[in-house]
Design a protein around this ligand. Sequence first.
Ligand code: PHB
Length: 366
Amino acid sequence: MSTQNVLTPYNNNNNLSLKNRVVMAPMTRSRAANGGNVATDELQGLYYEQRASAGLIITEGSQVSAEAIGYINTPGIYTDAQVEGWGKVTKRVHDQGGKIFIQLWHVGRMSHPDFHNGALPVSASAINPEAKSFTYNGFKDTVTPKEMSIEDIKRTVKDFQKAGENAIKAGFDGVEIHSSNGYLFQQFFNGCSNTRTDEYGGSIENRARFFFEVLDAMKEVIPQQKIGARFNPSCHGMFGMEVDEETIPTFEYIVKKLNDYNLAYVHLSEPFTDVSEVPFAVTEIAKHFRPLYNGTLIINAAFDQEKANKVIEEGDADLVAFGKPFISNPGLVARFAQNLELVEWDADTFYTAGEKGYTDYPAISK
Ligand code: PHB
């Protein structure tokens, strides 16, 4: 039988050398130690170690500041304790021969005053996403956020930069900027959430400016080859996001401009929701964006072994990120190699506490 594409090593001649093309997608699991949002050796250390046969692990979104939080028990990367906690995780993954990037996250308006001592979450503009926020007191309606001042924007650029420095201190192989899924950067990109009239709103270039300021600040402290970025261009009907006529051109502009950089990768998602009837949305993201980007492209969302091998064979992506299959199959790579059945995931334990549904899925041998 011929070698499967996802199982072949990957080297982009740009410092990204992976033992296979199976990437563990970033996934919020809400199990960081409460009262500090710290990743722990016992839980996150074991969880990621069990999945270290992936070519690359991208961690769950991790807050770059206290202001960035929007979900309970999600880890951060801005305090010394958080850096120390993540240091234990990266060591365990490296000891298994794995590679691990941390996803740097700011949720913007997808938060709630409960997380901020009653203060408003921040966003590009004062527009309520009309969504739900998962707080320590259960799901609550989101509120109208505070429009970020120029000072807020500059401070947030620094927060990302500092988080990047912290990530390297914690031993990560790189960082992924979470500019996807309706969170802070996408709130700047999309017209539904950005009605600013200053240099951060209006034109496509202006709506992308904040992201590129963060990227430029990040590359002052981390080699570009250790920076990736994630985008969900056809994000619609989720977390308050809507696609309009300027949305896809905005992502085309961003992805093309990223050719001027020398990043580890660009990570794109196929639509999470059905956008077949949504005007201006693109349904085949890898096919649409591959010709626009010269560097390493990761594609994600609802791929199985067969589709993953095919997308690589057709040249529409270099690497494929798997989410839920990795939750219930820590040995996903070995299962692909041996063409074994996958274990079903239990959606009821995606965001619950402790080891159940987290570190207790069967290893390949069981
Ligand atoms: C989620 O918890 O549902 C979630 C978090 C981060 C994402 C997407 C979904 O990027």
